[in-house]
Design a protein around this ligand. Structure first.
Ligand SMILES: Nc1ncnc2c1ncn2[C@@H]1O[C@H](COP(=O)(O)OP(=O)(O)OP(=O)(O)O)[C@@H](O)[C@H]1O
Length: 291
């Protein structure tokens, strides 16, 4: 099973929110969707789940269009941010009512799992959503996403507002569910490092374009930070794929993307260090923005 997007574009008046996204999401993977504020993450997830029409391009599940296709949509669920303000549709609902509503439109809903997770997260079924704390609202979203049992489940910043204990608990549950079922999860988050071990692949979205989609482990193993005397750094990185160098006086630092099996020669006057995902993301954004 796979979802494919071909040259997806979304415009709002003159603004191109998605600028030709090509993406394949395979069954049985956890993807991390990373992007700056306004990059288009929520938009992409809402389009992938057919909650929003595209301006152009194709969106397919196993070769069949997803838009207005009930069978395809029964395999996809997007747990978007729950709006609980007084004038929203959800705000006045009780936790129990919100979950009953989800159960009514999600064809593979696991009632027993939802009840178990509600207890685990100490959510009170009779409490109205408007009275929940920000973290509790996030937990309710996580419960809905997990209990949806959709083959492709998208979560928009599921851990925002959760305390560290609850965040670990959420990722643990997610991994257990993933291991048991082989469902696909796409998770957007700004807390990159914490989730880096969970994501099999990372997708970096920048100004409505995918600037990187890679296996997380390979990306980390094959990217190094080189710093030291500028002329030595230049000699070592010659002919290599690099991300946005920084020069300060006579010293220089740069991220180098190695090819499989490629190594850098250690020379006096430079250091070669491993990097984390956050650093790679920041460097790539700087590269794109040319700053
Ligand atoms: N209904 C709309 N009308 C016009 N522009 C919109 C609409 N919805 C989203 N946008 C624009 O689309 C762009 C992408 O928004 P989106 O919410 O997808 O970003 P995001 O990556 O999820 O950001 P964040 O991390 O801040 O949540 C933004 O520039 C936003 O202003």
């Amino acid at each position: 099973m796979k979802i494919e997007c071909r040259n997806l574009k979304k415009n709002y008046k003159a603004k191109e929110v998605l600028q030709g996204v090509n993406l394949t999401l395979e069954k049985g993977k956890i993807y991390g969707l990373i992007g700056r504020n306004g990059a288009g993450k929520t938009m992409l997830l809402s389009i992938l789940s057919a909650q929003n029409p595209v301006s152009s391009g194709q969106l397919l599940l196993d070769g069949e269009p997803i838009w207005e296709n009930a069978e395809a949509l029964s395999h996809i669920y997007f747990a978007r941010e729950i709006i609980t303000s007084a004038n929203s549709n959800s705000g006045g609902l009780k936790v129990k009512e919100y979950l009953n509503m989800a159960a009514s439109y999600l064809p593979h809903w696991d009632k027993e799992m939802a009840e178990r997770l509600v207890k685990l997260f100490h959510l009170e079924p009779k409490q109205r959503l408007i009275k929940l704390s920000k973290g509790m609202v996030s937990m309710l979203g996580a419960v809905t996403a997990l209990a949806s049992k959709a083959d492709f489940t998208f979560l928009d910043e599921p851990v925002s507002g959760l305390d560290v204990v609850a965040r670990e608990q959420f990722y643990q549950l997610l991994l257990e569910e993933f291991t048991e079922t082989g469902r696909t999860f796409v998770i957007s988050t700004h807390i990159i490092e914490e989730a880096a071990d969970i994501f099999e692949e990372v997708i970096f979205l920048h100004h409505g374009k995918i600037i990187l989609k890679e296996n997380t482990q390979e990306l980390l193993e094959e990217t190094v930070y080189v710093s030291g005397r500028a002329e030595t750094v230049d000699a070592v990185i010659q002919g290599k794929e690099i991300y946005k160098p920084k020069t300060l006086g006579r010293s220089k630092s740069v991220l180098v993307r190695l090819q499989e099996g490629e190594i850098l020669n250690q020379k006096e006057g430079i250091t070669i260090q491993p990097v984390n995902l956050q650093k790679i993301f920041v460097s790539l954004c700087r590269e794109e923005e040319n700053v």
